[in-house]
Write a protein of this length. Structure first.
Lengths: 146, 272
């Protein structure tokens, strides 16, 4: 019985470790890949954590306030196993202000011309037919400069 | 021992691990919140409403060349000892984060350090560990940092807290922190305005601009019918929103002063 107990504790340890590792992946994505694309020498990252695990075919909308006269950079990144993401920035009437499908860029720099709430819509393209959908962290990082 | 029994034991141990990992957040949310759980249906998985963090609120409001630092406005760290419920701790983590962000904008290293240290202690009390890294505290204490460098550190620390709470399904705590931070940043701003819209025009514009962040907060609080704590905070937010509408219709001394008084009254309830 003693050896079985050891076996169970080993499983518990490995599982707990794996759980923490999955949790750490999203924050690591933000701080490494996200901050690199943001260029933290130019932009101060805002404090909110806008990252979550998604699968191919999923999408997420992020509602966020932007203030008049501020310079912003919006960066959208995903874990390395994920396909290139598409993202759009729209107002609440769903008028498109930016579409990465047109620019093919992971980030958008802009100056907000008014105080406004905008929606950042991120779409993970669907997996190819007969392929198992990949899953991984997706993060939106917003930075501002003075 | 048979293979079947071994499989059962493994299954039981994995279930225990799964349940304990899910429960840690809920347990930490309890004490005065018994019977006030936030149902999973209340959380919109496909939509993230990214309300402003207290540090970002402070930057948007107080990054103004004509403002100054006034220690008498902020919530004294000595008050931290009396916060002994999760609601008070969460609200005041937000309040102290707004205070230290205000201090950092005026390069008040010692105050920023002291308040960050208090936030670290309070965060640990409600089970948020490693959100404020020791190296960051040391950097603030031992290096001559400018306001941008301090804000970067504060934002990274807040992001750690936010990530920890999100990943442990403790959205209720983060919502309370954000509400506390929002109210405190506005309180600092209205105190500096001396209850008049004419004291500093840029500051008044910044205060008015925060109506949009309040709108997002209202949206985030839409589905909380079952949570009495958040419902009570939502009532505060709704009252503040009504005061905004009055100011938007007519920005006169009276409406502005009423708004300032309301912010002060709400804040007073949070810090006692």
């Amino acid at each position: 019985m003693n050896s079985y107990l050891k076996y169970i504790f080993l499983i518990a340890f490995i599982s707990t470790f794996s759980f923490s590792k999955v949790n750490a992946q999203c924050i690591d994505l933000v701080k490494h890949k996200g901050f690199t694309y943001l260029d933290t020498s130019k932009y101060i990252p805002e404090a909110r954590f806008n990252a979550l695990p998604l699968r191919e075919g999923d999408d997420v909308d992020i509602y966020k306030s932007f203030f008049k006269g501020r310079n912003y950079r919006i960066v959208v990144v995903a874990a390395d196993n994920m396909p290139k993401l598409n993202f759009k920035v729209t107002n609440f009437q769903r008028q498109t202000l930016y579409d990465s499908k047109i620019t093919k860029m992971e980030s958008w720099d802009f100056v907000s011309d008014k105080n406004q709430n905008l929606i950042i819509s991120v779409e993970v393209p669907k997996a190819k037919k007969d392929e198992k959908p990949q899953s991984g962290c997706v993060a939106v990082i917003v930075g501002f400069s003075y | 021992m048979s293979r079947k029994l071994l499989s059962i034991l493994i299954l039981i141990s994995l279930s225990i691990i799964y349940m304990s990992s899910c429960k840690s957040g809920e347990d930490a949310d309890q004490d005065d919140l018994v019977g006030e759980t936030l149902d999973s249906v209340d959380i919109r998985e496909e939509i993230i409403i990214s309300m402003l963090a207290p540090s970002d609120m402070a930057v948007m409001l107080m990054d103004n060349p004509d403002l100054y630092f006034n220690k008498d406005i902020i919530n004294p760290t000595t008050n931290s000892d009396k916060y002994n419920t999760n609601v008070k701790i969460a609200l005041n983590i937000g309040i102290y984060t707004a205070d230290l962000s205000y201090a950092s904008l005026f390069e008040q290293e010692q105050i920023t350090y002291d308040y960050l240290d208090v936030v670290k202690g309070m965060s640990e009390e409600i089970g948020i560990t490693n959100s404020i890294e020791k190296r960051h505290l040391d950097m603030i204490k031992n290096s001559k940092l400018d306001k941008n460098e301090m804000i970067r550190i504060i934002n990274e620390s807040f992001m750690n807290t936010d990530a920890y709470l999100r990943e442990n399904n403790r959205q209720k705590i983060i919502t309370m922190i954000l509400i506390g931070g929002w109210v405190e940043a506005q309180y600092i701003a209205v105190s500096l305005s001396k209850n008049s819209p004419d004291t500093n025009k840029q500051l008044t514009e910044s205060i008015l601009a925060q109506k949009i962040s309040l709108e997002l907060m209202t949206l985030a609080l839409e589905n909380i019918q079952h949570d009495n704590t958040l419902l009570s905070l939502k009532k505060d937010i709704d009252k503040i929103y009504e005061a905004y509408i009055l100011m938007e219709d007519n920005l006169n001394e009276e409406n502005f002063e009423n708004f300032c008084n309301l912010i002060s009254e709400v804040r007073k309830n949070y810090i006692v």
